[in-house]
Design a protein around this ligand. Structure first.
Ligand SMILES: NC(=O)c1ccc[n+]([C@@H]2O[C@H](COP(=O)([O-])OP(=O)(O)OC[C@H]3O[C@@H](n4cnc5c(N)ncnc54)[C@H](O)[C@@H]3O)[C@@H](O)[C@H]2O)c1
Length: 339
């Protein structure tokens, strides 16, 4: 397999590249990443000199760059992590960037896969495209749940998903789409809830909880997500959608208290802030379809506390990494303001 990983310098992509290089000695990887503020070459310093790894700086909305990389590197398979991913930025920032990368960028990749007759394309999407479930509901998202995104980020991701479906039906492009729930683990950008709370509490600051804190997310360890994606690269049925989740629903208060407890803190460290606009109430994933292919999480619900503890320890051991990322983000935003 000569694999093109788009967006491999971010949180999940960098974990995936490390996983794939170590678990599949035959696989050669080209990481194609624009290096936005969220893309960080430092996430992959340990594999940078691996002869089976190469990095190309490029934008997935640039078809010629994609096509050139596919041809020059003899690519056979593609997996796409490249996206604008921060929900709050899609609400308060430049929404156009979300549509360009998350929708148009996917269509560019589909063209590159079609025109070069590649063997498989896995499009990494999100459960947020399904919209929200009610708190008093026991239903979960299945692959048949209608696509009903509530936030601009999720709508832009849904645009990419629908384009995948259309390229499968129209052109038989061998694409698999995945809908995963919220990930936690090492190398996540510190603007996201878990690393941001860890750093705030470690500095003695309060943590901001949206609204009543009862919104539910279904947390999965990033390495379980990576193992699922690897399986789908090999065994996923073209034209199919697969949900990925570890059956680990937690409301935000529960998650916050688990993090605070690690530092010996309690509710006095919580600051309630105005709810996020369009804040989805509950996500929950029915992952039975991918489980039938043989995947099960190594961090199921019963091991969440352990996974979270390992994650907290990783961030506390990597504060310099996080500070460098914040600096990148500030520079990126200042450049955007000037433009
Ligand atoms: N983080 C989660 O909890 C989660 C859950 C489900 C699905 N997902 C999906 O997984 C994927 C990866 O998420 P993440 O949290 O690792 O994101 P991230 O923000 O950490 O990384 C995104 C990466 O994409 C790159 N990128 C952005 N625009 C690009 C472009 N136009 N061309 C090339 N590269 C570009 C960035 O430089 C960065 O390296 C996303 O598609 C996201 O929708 C994430």
């Amino acid at each position: 397999m000569r694999l093109l990983v788009c967006g491999g310098a971010g949180f999940i992509g960098s974990n995936f590249i490390r996983h794939k290089l170590s678990s599949d000695p035959q696989c050669e990887i080209t990481n194609f990443d624009k290096l936005t503020y969220a893309g960080n070459p430092d996430n992959l310093t340990d594999v940078a000199n691996n002869p089976r790894y190469a990095f190309v700086q490029g934008d997935i909305t640039d078809y010629d760059a994609l096509d050139k990389t596919v041809k020059e590197r003899g690519i056979t398979h593609v997996i796409n992590f490249a996206a604008e991913t921060h929900v709050d930025r899609s609400i308060h920032g430049v929404c156009k960037d979300f549509v360009l990368t998350n929708s148009l960028g996917v269509q560019m990749i589909l063209d590159a896969v079609k025109n070069n007759k590649l063997e498989k394309y896995v499009q990494v999407s999100t459960d947020e495209v399904y919209g929200a479930l009610d708190l008093d509901d026991t239903a979960k998202f299945t692959e048949q749940t209608p696509i009903m995104p509530n936030m601009p980020y999720a709508a832009a991701k849904a645009g990419g998903d629908l384009m995948c479906r259309a390229y499968w039906v129209t052109h038989k492009v061998p694409v698999v789409v995945t809908h995963c729930s919220n990930n936690y683990g090492p190398y996540q950008f510190p603007e996201k809830v878990i690393p941001s709370f860890i750093f705030r509490v470690s500095r003695g600051e309060k943590v901001p909880v949206y609204g009543d804190g009862l919104n539910v997310r279904d947390w999965i360890h990033v390495l379980d997500h990576c193992r699922a994606l690897d399986l789908l690269l090999q065994k996923g049925e073209p034209g199919e959608v697969y949900n990925i989740g570890a059956d680990n629903e937690r409301n935000n208060m529960e998650l916050t208290r688990m993090i605070l407890k690690h530092f010996g803190k309690g509710d006095e460290s919580i600051e309630y802030v105005e709810d996020r606009k369009g804040h989805d109430r509950r996500y929950a994933i029915d992952a039975s379809k991918i489980e039938k292919l043989g995947w099960t999480p190594e961090y199921p619900r019963g091991k969440f506390e352990q996974g979270l503890k390992e994650t907290i320890e990783w961030y506390l051991a990597n504060t310099a990494w996080a500070e460098a990322l914040w600096k990148r983000k500030q520079e990126w935003d200042e450049k955007a303001l000037r433009a």
